[in-house]
Design a protein. Structure first.
Ligand code: AVJ
Length: 320
């Protein structure tokens, strides 16, 4: 996208903002319009997501924490002593702390695009686990990155909780699993949290919460475009809607235009018909079989799967 690149240069955008500009302009130029969910997570978006995780309707976080808590001993028993835990897309450290309490890990390598947050979390962990070496890596974990030299010789365990995998299209999910296997190396293990298909009503409510936090989280991507890319979205002129697409096994989040309007972003104009949507997120839901097939197809062997009593969420151990 030459136009966006030239604009990014003219605006002296940093690398991350340039990528955002490019993706936003490209996505808003398509039909249906779309924006990547990875742009939800500015400071406000990350805070709103933390609020989502404790909503009564949003079952994934507390269910996964329950599984990790109840099964920490079993998970620990398949992780070799002295291993380095590599977390893809590290946010809050609540989940990894459950494993650190049970496993004799030598190192923790949180990998995230947001460097500042990463460093603050790393400092807190070093304080609480003085024997643990923490090597934060600032990188987009969906692209290949190098592990720190210090963990080259120790066994590696990947950690990818939260069903973040669900944000990937099926082909991207396979590509990610393959790339993680490449990065972690032969013999590595992986502990991954995957949200499961379930009653449509439960899914609907989890993404259309009564308090409207998910709506604010979704609309915040427009606020971010306004601030970082000089956009003029009127967030009051769009509504949040999440729907379950049963054929494709995914929740879709949309921002729907209440009226005919046009919006300017980086000097370009994008017009909306009444009811026209921007597709902002897909959150894929798996069956245990569809996930293990995906894992097998991308170079991993499933070792064990754990779910909660209601079969809402799953945690899988894999070996490369
Ligand atoms: C962080 C991608 C797992 O899909 O449930 C929460 C993001 N979106 N509510 C999810 C999200 C709306 C979340 N993931």
């Amino acid at each position: 996208n030459v136009h966006a690149a030239a604009l990014a240069k003219a605006h002296r955008f940093d690398e991350q903002t340039s990528a955002f500009a490019q993706d936003a302009i490209e996505g808003l130029s398509q039909f249906p319009k779309r924006l990547s969910p990875k742009y939800f997570y500015d400071a406000t978006g990350s805070e709103l997501f933390e609020q989502i995780t404790v909503l009564p309707e949003y079952y994934p976080t507390r269910t996964e924490l329950g599984i990790l808590h109840d099964r920490a001993g079993e998970i620990a028993s398949i992780i070799p002593g002295g291993a380095a835990l590599v977390e893809f897309g590290a946010g809050a450290t609540t989940k990894v702390r459950l494993l650190l309490n049970q496993c004799a890990l030598s190192a923790y390598v949180p990998v995230d695009i947001s460097g500042d947050f990463l460093k603050a979390q790393a400092d807190a962990l070093r304080r609480d686990f003085p024997a643990l070496s923490v090597y934060p890596v600032t990188a987009d974990f969906t692209a290949p990155f190098a592990l720190p030299d210090a963990v080259r010789q120790v066994p590696k365990v990947g950690f990818f909780p939260g069903s973040t995998l669900g944000n990937f299209e099926p082909h991207e999910a396979s590509a990610f699993m393959r790339s993680a296997r490449e990065i972690l190396g032969q013999g590595a293990q992986m502990v991954i949290g995957v949200d499961l298909e379930k009653d449509e009503r439960v899914l609907y409510d989890a993404y259309n919460d009564a308090a409207g936090v998910t709506a604010r989280f979704n609309l915040n991507v427009m606020v971010r475009i306004n601030r970082e890319l000089g956009g003029n979205f009127d967030t009051g002129a769009f509504i949040h809607r999440a729907i379950y697409n049963r054929d494709r096994h995914r929740i879709e989040m949309h921002l729907i235009s209440k009226k005919a309007q046009s919006v300017r972003v980086l000097g370009r104009s994008f017009s909306f018909r009444p009811g026209e949507t921007i597709h902002t997120e897909s959150s894929y839901k798996y069956s245990l079989d569809r996930f293990t097939a995906l894992a097998r197809g991308s170079g991993w062997t499933p070792v064990e799967s754990w779910t909660d009593a209601d079969g809402m969420f799953s945690v899988h151990a894999l070996v490369a």
